[in-house]
Design a binder for this molecule. Structure first.
Ligand SMILES: [Zn+2]
Length: 115
């Protein structure tokens, strides 16, 4: 006996033009200077949002990123920014897969020439 798949699977309203935007408003690119990692291009890389719920730590991120244009930006704007895992030392992660940061982690590894 054959059962047609069509009768069991019938989503409501089909496609009503709704687009699922997982990271609405959030940048897809790493906010660090000289870093071109993106969510789309670097699937192995993990990305982290700026910790805007902790203003102090967040300002440390901004400081370390050294982007003049980010200094003094409202948290509302910073929350859309992400950094890739390559800017964090191994000890800043809670797991070997580098998917979770320590509660007090901040980025220290940047390709910025000093002097
Ligand atoms: Zn990066």
């Amino acid at each position: 006996m054959k059962r047609s798949l069509a009768e069991s699977c019938c989503p409501e309203g089909e496609s009503t033009g709704k687009k699922k935007r997982k990271f609405e408003g959030t940048s897809h690119y790493c906010a660090a200077m000289n870093c071109h990692n993106s969510r789309k291009g670097n699937r192995d890389e993990t990305f982290f949002r700026f910790p805007t719920k902790e203003p102090l730590r967040c300002s440390k991120w901004v400081q370390n990123v050294r982007r003049q244009d980010l200094q003094g930006q409202p948290l509302d704007k910073l929350k859309n920014l992400i950094l890739c895992s390559s800017h964090f030392e191994d000890i800043m992660f809670r797991d070997p897969g580098k998917t979770r940061l320590m509660w007090n982690a901040y980025p220290t590894l940047f390709q910025v020439r000093i002097g």
